[in-house]
Design a protein around this ligand. Structure first.
Ligand code: CMC
Length: 433
């Protein structure tokens, strides 16, 4: 295999090193290109750009492979859980029994919020979008724990375990408190005896007169949902986290920026958009056929929950989540869900339609995850918040990788300027509208 690539620019031959990843992925290292030629590369949307070298997650989108730290997602989904997989993603290895117990203890200790943070959440309007509250409150963690958020990577890395546990544990408490405020409900305090997912469901749904006790199937559906979202290499929000981290910013500021990127409907907001789409199809008395025809003609909305920048095959997470979905439905006693029927029909039509087949548009994780959230009683505007809770360990791991890089350079892409050439300032009285 070639270990250099030759570029011919304006008659000049230049050799650039080829980098080969541990799974044989190849990249041309063009970091000296501009200095040597004055050229930069142009890659709208970064579809062909490797922005970093990373040891966390491997995806082969053509085949439909996803691995955290080398472990196939199918094995983790079957044998692990969210907390253990979070440890793996952040630390690189599965925890020993002692490490697992220490990590759980840290999560339990860091579950409650300071009273000031509770008042901060209460101060938002009741109809505030929970992603706005989440991003603001995660960022505010830096104000409550300044010794963990010094914006000095060496110092912040020395406190990594504590900061990571605060982010993973409190993101769940913040999310649930936000839900309680927006519904005019009293807060529930985290219970040290409950597991991560059971505690979240308690924080969300326990009533003063009745504790919420999920069935094991419901708790494990939530566990699986979170585990499947734990990391996904250099997606939009993760790249955002790394970008912010590259400036030297602390963990809380970086993950808060990740939440904002995730909010967009082409990224984490898609799980919410899928449910809205299914509801609209249902309300219009369509079985999905008309919606698909409009999406293909470019006259309607895209088929949300379909397509992926990297997966050109079935998203492996969608396969796993679809299989677990039926167990959760049965445990909740949900028999007929018209939106599920529409989803099945859309999937069937799209998988046999040349428009979708030729563009390699397959269901992604969001196609079924919205339906799972709905079955668990999570309100629509919280769907993307659930994604953020799941993605937190991945963002933290990626922040750590950037912060610990001894050769770290601030991320600073170039551009091709296409605006006006130099011109002279025009006084107000000569400007034409
Ligand atoms: N419905 C209909 N047509 C589509 C869809 C769709 N969902 N997705 C892509 N296309 C078409 C698109 O119109 C284009 O057609 P043409 O070549 O004729 O112009 C072609 O497929 C390629 O699309 P693209 O926008 O260039 O592809 P991309 O890699 O830039 O976009 C995507 C990836 C996920 C943004 C896109 O597929 C999409 O908008 N999907 C719906 C939103 C969604 O489900 N997002 C969740 C992604 S998974 C969760 C996550 O990782 O955040």
């Amino acid at each position: 295999m070639a270990n250099t690539a030759t570029l011919n620019i304006e008659g000049k031959e230049l050799n650039y090193p080829v980098i080969i990843g541990s799974e044989g992925e190849k990249a041309i290292d063009i970091s000296k290109l501009r200095a040597e030629t004055g050229y930069i590369t142009y890659d709208d949307g970064f579809g062909n750009t490797g922005s970093c070298q990373s040891k966390i997650t491997y995806i082969d989108g053509e085949v439909g492979i996803l691995r955290y730290r080398g472990y196939p997602i199918e094995q983790l989904a079957e044998k692990s859980n969210f907390v253990e997989s979070s440890y793996l993603v952040m630390n690189g290895e599965l925890p020993t029994a002692q490490q697992r117990a220490d990590f759980s203890k840290l999560l339990t200790e860091n579950a409650p919020l300071r009273e000031g943070m509770i008042r901060f959440i209460q101060s938002f309007p009741r109809d505030a979008h929970p992603m706005a509250v989440l991003s603001a409150t995660l960022n505010a963690l830096g104000a409550y724990y300044p010794h963990l958020a010094s914006n000095n990577h060496q110092n912040d890395l020395a406190h990594f375990d504590e900061a990571a546990a605060i982010a993973i544990s409190k993101v769940r408490t913040i999310a649930a408190h936000t839900y309680r405020v927006s519904n005019g409900l009293p807060f529930n305090y985290p219970k040290p005896t409950l597991g991560y997912c059971e505690n979240f469901l308690h924080l969300m749904f326990s009533k003063p007169y009745e504790e919420y006790a999920p069935t094991p199937e419901v708790a494990s559906a939530l566990n699986l949902f979170l585990l499947l979202h734990a990391d996904h290499e250099q997606n939009c929000s993760t790249s955002t986290v790394r970008m912010v981290a590259s400036a030297g910013a602390n963990l809380f500021a970086s993950v808060s920026a990740g939440v904002n990127a995730l909010w967009g409907p082409l990224h984490g907001g898609a799980n919410m958009a899928v449910l809205e789409m299914l509801q609209k199809i249902h309300d219009d008395g369509d079985d999905g056929t008309r919606f698909i025809a409009a999406a293909k003609a470019g006259k309607g909305d895209r088929l949300m929950g379909f397509g992926h920048r990297v997966y050109k095959n079935y998203d492996p997470r969608a396969k796993i989540i679809k299989a677990s979905f039926y167990k959760a439905l049965a445990s909740l006693g949900i028999k007929n869900d018209p939106l599920l029927d529409i989803a099945m029909k859309l999937e069937e039509v799209a998988l046999s339609d040349d428009y979708f087949v030729s563009r390699k548009l397959y269901p992604n994780v969001d196609f079924y995850s919205g339906l799972i959230m709905r079955a668990l009683g999570i309100p629509l505007n919280m769907f993307t918040v659930m994604f953020a809770i799941g993605r937190m360990p991945g963002w933290i791991a990626q922040w750590r990788e950037v912060a610990a890089n001894p050769k770290l350079k601030i991320y600073r892409p170039r551009q091709i300027y296409t605006g006006a050439n130099q011109r002279n300032f025009v006084p107000m009285n000569l400007r034409q509208g």
